[in-house]
Design a protein around this ligand. Structure first.
Ligand code: MG
Length: 503
């Protein structure tokens, strides 16, 4: 086992170096550096591929797998040993990687690294045509990848499985369709409600520096450790951990709306708490990662929405926000502010969407990327398809592609299969939060008092510290005593918005 750990450590060093190159590209690198950076990333990705497939060149991994053979499903509350989990996860990535060729891995890495810079430019200019050939190339590569990996039903399945192990297009469609129906119903009720909540419209300019100050205060207060992390700016907000002692988050600013950056900050800080909370001794093994993208997202959405959009949260932070920006907030009551923060209004940008319409944005992306992979639609028609679905699900029409098809970086990253994990994250978050409230009946009092220590400890004990010992299903059962159950999300959302909109 020691020998395997040694080999894995090399792999994790390479992975972290790649992540640092990506972070620097997205935060600091001048745009002309794109090609040279992509070449470096491709080179290291090729090296990483070699290292992963050579894990079993002398049969070491196979032998360990044989020796540590394990049942497929663990009983709730019972953890596999660390060695068992390391071998299970290593085998999983080894098996996948072995089906790909080094040339393919390098080409995909180089293409997606450059495409992200092209995307940022195209987005700025609202010009889909410049991005289109890159997107077409990425889709071609992703189809090739699906072919190499092999699939039964849909080429989308194994791409999704990379982000959410065990998930398939069929299962996702079922969950998302149920969500689509209930959320569309709730949205109709909200639209019919007599309660109308005007958006907080101000003509003020909120300086970026002051916004940064406020965001840093919040991130620190909820437990982000700035001695083990940084906060910067990028075109699309993200969080990346190189080690539990070095976790980076980014956000983006709009000087007309301080809540735009705030939402992304607390979201990414939620991811960062998870990364900082993984035991340092797990670094260098697959255990030093989040369980799945859906579980990771649950940690950001829990802080962003369940906590960060609660009345209790702003009982504590609103006076601080008012102090930072006396105009206009000095004139606006906490109650009015809370309602505006939670007003439900179909809008164009996913990261900015309210809790009721957010999942509809995800569903639209899921349908598009699955249809792209299954060859049912073509990339060149995407702006039209996108706008049609926006109209159908949300009743809004993007004025340009910047506010539409070009808003998210994911497809430029090659992240086909990533979006559904956002909806799953919302479901996991509600289920975990429900259990947390049962374990901590005075949670609102803690939040309104600005005491987040116990919440962080609860998450640390139940989720962060476990690393990747269990699968998403096992973790969910161990914490809540049941499988993923969307009913928790529905009741959370129904209760909250019935109260706000007096439904
Ligand atoms: Mg996220």
């Amino acid at each position: 086992m020691e020998q395997l750990r040694q080999r894995l450590l090399e792999i994790y060093h390479l992975n972290s170096i790649l992540a640092i190159l990506g972070w620097d590209r997205d935060v600091f690198m001048p745009c002309e550096g794109a090609q040279a950076r992509a070449a470096k990333i491709a080179y290291l990705s090729g090296l990483l591929h070699q290292k992963i497939i050579s894990l079993d060149s002398d049969g070491l991994l196979s032998k360990l797998k044989e020796r540590l053979g394990q049942p497929k499903v663990y009983p709730a509350k019972k953890l596999p040993t660390e060695d068992m989990a390391i071998v299970r996860e290593t085998w999983r990535s080894f098996k996948r990687e072995k089906k790909l060729t080094e040339d393919f891995v390098k080409e995909l890495a180089e293409t997606t690294s450059q495409a992200q810079m092209v995307w940022a430019e195209s987005r700025k200019k609202a010009d889909f045509k410049t991005f289109l050939p890159w997107l077409e190339k990425i889709l071609h590569l992703k189809k090739k990848e699906a072919g190499m990996l092999g699939y039964d039903k849909s080429p989308y399945d194994l791409l999704l499985d990379y982000y959410e192990p065990g998930m398939t297009a069929e299962k996702t469609e079922k969950i998302l369709n149920d969500l689509k129906i209930s959320l569309s119903d709730l949205l109709k009720k909200i639209k019919r409600s007599k309660v109308k909540i005007p958006a907080l419209k101000t003509k003020n300019i909120f300086s970026t520096e002051k916004q940064i100050d406020f965001n840093k205060k919040v991130a620190k207060k909820i437990g982000f450790n700035f001695d083990c992390g940084r906060m910067d700016q990028s075109v699309h907000p993200f969080c990346v951990g190189f080690h539990p002692n070095d976790v980076r988050i980014t956000t983006r600013y709009d000087e007309r709306d301080p809540l735009y950056s705030f939402g992304s900050t607390i979201h990414e800080a939620g991811h960062a708490l998870y990364e900082q909370g993984i035991l340092p001794r797990y670094f260098g093994t697959p255990l030093g990662e989040g369980v799945s993208y859906g579980i990771h997202e649950s940690q950001s959405r829990l802080w962003e929405n369940m906590i960060g959009k609660s009345f209790a949260f702003w009982q504590h932070f609103y006076p601080i926000l008012k102090k930072e920006f006396p105009t206009p907030f000095g004139e606006i009551s906490l109650e009015k502010f809370y309602c505006s923060l939670n007003s439900v209004k179909p809008s164009l940008i996913r990261t900015d969407a309210d809790e009721v319409t957010y999942n509809l944005h995800v569903i639209l992306r899921f349908e598009i990327e699955r249809d792209l992979m299954e060859g049912k639609i073509a990339a060149k028609d995407l702006p039209e398809i996108w706008n049609g679905k926006m109209k159908k699900y949300l009743g809004v029409k993007p004025p340009n592609d910047r506010m539409g098809i070009l808003q998210d970086v994911h497809w430029a990253m090659g992240g086909i299969g990533y979006f559904p994990t956002y909806a799953l994250g919302n479901l996991y978050a509600a289920q975990f939060y429900d259990k947390m409230k049962k374990d901590m009946p005075d949670i609102e009092k803690k939040i309104s008092g600005g005491n987040f220590g116990e919440i962080k400890s609860w998450l640390g004990e139940n989720i962060y510290s476990k690393g990747k010992l269990q699968s998403a299903d096992e973790l969910t059962r161990a914490i809540t005593g049941e499988d993923l159950n969307p009913k928790h999300f529905f009741s959370y959302i129904e209760n909250k918005y019935t109260e706000i909109y007096k439904l």
